[in-house]
Ligand binder design. Structure first.
Ligand SMILES: [Zn+2]
Ligand SMILES: [Zn+2]
Length: 213
């Protein structure tokens, strides 16, 4: 009789823990019952950036968020059908694509409050910075607007590209500014035109504690 009671008790607690775990890992928006903030990530590949590569970037971002950003539930990562980068998105000299024009255009893709939009391109993108009208960049975000565009063009070691994606997502969705400690190993460090992605390996405590969700 004692064994039966113990067994029933164990079975009961096991069933309880499985149920509560299942609630946390269900992927659709409606099913996420945890109270932590959640978001849906929409990836928009441009030009020759294939859907397959965009999916690999999506997987990498999901893994890095799970590892470095606590308390954010990603409900879905969706790769949208590719789009061309049209000439109207270029700078006046027609040498690069203006990142802000891409951001303005893709802002319309947002259909839910918790959507984050990430544009991906192999083309060179630019913005006005450091006293130059047209300064080539790795990526651009509107901070806290859940909208960013990222280019592989200036990333020499493509295996490090996920760090640029995490950095821009940090600006766009996590409300992070550049690393106040200027820590060269922190993903949020300002590269000042000279990226050293191989050195970046964590989100420092100051940046982690500054996440606003
Ligand atoms: Zn930092
Ligand atoms: Zn930045």
């Amino acid at each position: 009789m004692f064994y039966i009671i113990v067994f029933t008790f164990l079975l009961g607690s096991l069933a309880w823990s499985c149920t509560s775990n299942a609630k946390r890992i269900k992927k659709s928006d409606a099913d996420v019952e945890c109270t932590c903030p959640h978001c849906r990530i929409l990836i928009q590949p441009y030009g020759d950036f294939s859907n397959e590569r965009a999916k690999a970037v999506a997987d990498g971002l999901e893994k890095s968020l799970a590892k470095y950003v606590k308390d954010l539930a990603v409900t879905e990562v969706k790769v949208l059908p590719g789009k061309p980068l049209t000439e109207d998105l270029m700078n006046d000299a027609k040498t690069r694509y203006r990142a802000s024009k891409i951001l303005d255009k893709q802002a319309g893709l947002k259909s839910q409050k918790n959507d984050a939009i990430i544009g991906l391109t192999d083309k060179d993108i630019s913005t006005s910075a450091h006293g130059y009208d047209d300064w080539g960049i790795l990526g651009l975000s509107y901070m806290g607007h859940s909208n960013c565009v990222i280019s592989t063009f200036r990333v020499k070691d493509k295996s490090q590209f996920w760090k640029v994606v995490l950095h821009e997502f940090g600006h766009a969705y996590l409300g992070l500014d550049h690393c106040p400690n200027n820590d060269p190993q922190c993903f949020m460090v300002d590269c000042n035109g000279k990226p050293d992605l191989a050195r970046e390996r964590y989100l420092c405590d100051t940046c982690s504690n500054s996440i606003r969700l």
